[in-house]
Write a protein that binds this ligand. Structure first.
Ligand code: ZN
Ligand code: ZN
Length: 357
């Protein structure tokens, strides 16, 4: 079997033959159908996140169960599944019991399961999936069943980008009708936050970005207003669109300190800024007095996703025409063209590039 191996940051991935273990207890072996290139993968490729060893990235994946290990009960051979870099929760740990299954403490990460032909282990990178390979092994709790007729290149988007963006709005923020929303950074995840806000009945839904073509895309996904932050102060732009009050929720998708600061300043009283990007930004210049208006910051762990509950729901609303997925896929590539797919994703030219196996 082939995999795209990252040996060194800033170097091309090496597509080569690798070996894979058999699934252990609770684990499933998956034949990959499709894996989307996510920006978290790119942070590893670029060395923004230090890698401890050579490994296999790819965590936004769909595939077919090939083999199940001992004690696996939720899926069987032949099932079509989405795989995610979080688990649906063990159901027994304290976090699961209080309803925070996406923050489960009970599952120890398995792997590495891949080895190169020199016998060196290849760890899963950017999440415990290892999806840039023809086969991989994940814990059964990381999988959610999807219908057989859902195309793989669409299904894979339900492994990270949709969960992260849509989930930040509907699960973490729990946006309600007529609440106002701004999304800063309208790449793939940002567009999913926008469609989550539109689905929730938010108004206005304001897209903030530096590029007009991204703002145009945002309108197609449900943004009611757009603010081009390269053409003036986006905080003022957002305030103008909310009667001077500011928004109830801002979602930070853009990896910059400036975006973090702007997201906070564009909030109305008791508004919440939700940190979705987790890579860069300095928050040391926030002063205690800035919180007098009861404005809040919070994080969102992969959209606070309840994997086995949310994925089937997303499939349902996709089939009903209320969730755009096809429109998120810019181009499909074979595994041997993975470096082309990554370069195109890095350039910002693509919403999502997908490796199809
Ligand atoms: Zn991702
Ligand atoms: Zn748990």
């Amino acid at each position: 079997m082939q995999a795209a191996v990252l040996y060194e940051a800033k170097q091309p991935l090496v597509v080569e033959d690798v070996d894979l273990d058999s699934p252990g207890p609770g684990e499933v072996k998956i034949r990959l159908g499709a894996t989307a290139i996510c920006h978290s993968d790119i942070h590893f490729f670029d060395g923004d996140v230090p890698m401890r060893s050579a490994g296999i990235a790819g965590h936004e994946c769909a595939g077919i169960v090939e083999e199940v290990g001992a004690d696996v009960t939720s899926v069987k051979r032949g099932d079509h599944v989405v795989m995610a870099p979080i688990t649906g929760g063990c159901g027994r740990c304290m976090n699961c019991m209080v309803g925070l299954r996406h923050l489960c403490q009970g599952v120890t990460r398995s792997g590495p399961h891949h080895r190169n032909k020199r016998g060196e282990p290849l760890a899963p990178l950017a999440g415990p999936v290892g999806g840039l390979a023809e086969y991989t092994i994940v814990h059964e709790f990381q999988t959610a069943k999807v219908p057989d007729d859902l195309p793989m290149h669409v299904a894979c988007l339900l492994g990270c980008g949709v969960l992260t963006g849509f989930g930040a709005v509907v699960n973490r923020a729990q946006v309600k009708p007529f609440q106002s929303v701004a999304v800063i950074g309208t790449g793939g995840v940002g567009l999913n936050a926008i469609q989550g806000a539109a689905f929730s009945g938010a108004h206005p839904v304001i897209a903030v970005d530096l590029l007009d073509n991204k703002l145009e895309a945002a309108r197609k996904f449900g943004a009611t207003h757009t603010v081009n932050a390269s053409q003036g102060d986006p905080v003022q732009g957002v305030k103008n669109l909310t009667g001077g009050r500011g928004v109830d929720f801002s979602f930070i998708m853009a990896a910059s300190s400036k975006a973090v600061r702007q997201a906070f300043e564009m909030l109305g009283p008791r508004g919440t800024a939700v940190m979705v990007q987790i890579t860069s930004g300095d928050m040391s210049d926030f002063a205690p007095r800035e919180f007098i208006g009861e404005r809040m910051f919070t994080g969102s762990m992969l959209g606070s996703t309840r994997l086995q509950l949310d994925v089937p729901r997303y499939v349902d609303i996709y089939k009903a025409g209320r969730l755009k997925l096809d429109e998120l896929v810019t181009e499909c590539y074979s595994l041997d063209r993975v470096n082309e797919a990554v370069a195109s994703s890095k350039s910002g030219a693509a919403l999502r590039n997908v490796i199809v196996f």
